[in-house]
Design a protein around this ligand. Structure first.
Ligand code: 4AD
Ligand code: MG
Length: 428
């Protein structure tokens, strides 16, 4: 019976059978060292001519990186081996031969993106995908525990949610529709049935920026709940993010090490997070010599400057109403601002969450939609939600790749998703 490399190491000694791919190989005319890789780890295997015989040793000599094979042997602890264990091979079988592998050391990021289908096998990408798995399951676990229902929104949607300029248009039979930018309007419709719900879904935005933070296809984890306002919303967001970080620290220590991330630093990321209003952020920026005119959105540089002061995520509330999405309501205590928030990650990873209370005033919504050139008629179904038993409600969306990039200490958001899509890249 085959076991994983991790299980073999846990067994520590004795006969084992494993299978995987050649990660490294070197050898002499008597000894061949194979580092074998599977989904759980890597291990050094030694093939000796005197043990396996002349014929099989010749086969071993032809093995190249990424060949797949089965190995039968004896495992023992060995301080000199890269992972502290070594397998002495009794017998092996090649399952799939490998040509000369195109990926070697020191290749350019573009080359690795062109060969992403192969580069996914690297220790780095495997580590990132494992952390990503933890982030997704932690978000689900957090909201399941809090009595939320997982919801499946449509991906083809007739309306914009986050501005018409980044919509992807899709030919739809004799007409057209769009790829979702956010589940939000559908999440809002469904709180009237389920009250508390969440979804994890791909989102699409035709971003014209070629930054290290934007993808055209990304995944968003969103929640929407009836009867809550901005205060409860930000609390839910900070507790969820703390929970995600805790889970990653618990479950991905090995991966964080591969990625060069400092686990101790992450252990300190615990709610509550600091809070500032947009106006307070501007005051702090001004003191640092960075003057931003009130009413202008914060740019990446300004987000980075303000985050120099924090080693936890920061919650920024009350952005100017004028520059916000149409559904964000004005604050009755300060009508120039909206009841909304962004969560900014430390170390220059930027906005990881955007959320708000939802406007329930049809007139205000109509005004905001008209201002952005939208036809309010197309939103009749959304206005219905305000006509039949409207309730206060709020929600937020967390960018999965932004969070993964932050936790994995990645230089570029493209490495936070297996197959990135940007303005300049949509293959392989
Ligand atoms: O701030 P955004 O645009 O908010 C919404 O879409 C709301 N409708 C969510 C809601 O309230 N349910 O996007 C939410 C988050 C951002 O904070 C960011 O982390 C991520 O989604 N995001 C992107 N990530 C990668 N590439 C892009 N192009 C992104 N656009 C947004
Ligand atoms: Mg936003």
């Amino acid at each position: 019976m085959f076991i994983s490399i991790k299980q073999a190491e846990e067994k520590k000694h004795g006969e084992i059978a494993i299978r995987g791919w050649v990660y490294r190989e070197r050898g002499s005319n008597k000894l061949k060292f194979i580092t074998l890789r599977d989904a759980t780890g890597i291990i050094q295997c030694v093939i000796e001519k005197d043990i396996v015989g002349e014929e099989l040793f010749k086969t071993a000599d032809k093995l190249q990186i990424e060949a797949s094979m089965e190995i039968h042997g004896t495992i023992k602890e060995d301080k000199r081996a890269p992972t502290g264990f070594e397998i002495s091979v009794n017998d092996f079988k090649v399952i799939g031969w490998s040509d000369t592998y195109p990926i070697s050391k020191d290749q350019s990021p573009e080359f690795l993106l062109d060969n992403r289908h192969l580069w996914l096998r690297s220790r780095k990408m495997a580590a990132v995908m494992k952390v990503r798995h933890t982030v997704l399951s932690a978000f689900r676990e957090f909201y399941n525990k809090h009595g939320f229902y997982e919801f499946s929104p449509p991906i083809l949607q007739p309306n914009q949610c986050e501005g018409g300029s980044t919509l992807f248009e899709v030919k739809y039979y004799q007409t057209k529709t769009f790829l979702t930018q956010s589940w939000q309007l559908y999440g809002e419709s469904s709180i009237f049935a389920l009250e508390k719900l969440y979804c994890i879904s791909p989102c699409f935005r035709a971003e014209k920026s070629k930054t290290s933070r934007h993808l055209s296809e990304f995944w968003m984890a969103e929640m929407e709940a009836a009867w809550i306002g901005l205060k409860e919303l930000t609390q839910s967001a900070e507790e969820c993010v703390s929970f995600i970080v805790k889970k990653v620290v618990e479950e991905n220590e090995e991966e964080l090490k591969v990625l060069g991330q400092d686990v101790e630093k992450l252990k300190k990321i615990k709610a509550p997070f600091p809070r500032l209003t947009y106006t307070e952020v501007l005051e702090r920026l001004a003191k640092k010599g960075d003057k931003v005119k009130w009413g202008k959105d914060l740019r990446t540089v300004e987000e980075d400057t303000i985050m120099e002061e924090f080693d936890k995520p920061l919650i920024v509330t009350h952005y100017p109403k004028e520059i916000m999405a149409f559904y964000k309501p004005k604050d009755p205590d300060d009508e120039k601002t909206a009841l909304c928030f962004d969560m900014l990650a430390p170390e220059g990873y930027g906005e990881i969450i955007g959320g708000s209370q939802r406007d329930t005033d049809i007139e205000e919504l109509t005004k905001a939609l008209k201002k952005m050139g939208e036809n309010p008629k197309h939103y009749d179904w959304y206005f219905d939600l305000r006509k039949y038993g409207s309730v206060p409600h709020s929600g937020y969306g967390l960018g999965i790749e932004r969070v993964v990039a932050w936790l994995c200490k990645l230089d570029n958001i493209k490495d936070a998703i297996p197959f990135p899509r940007t303005m300049l890249r949509w293959t392989p």
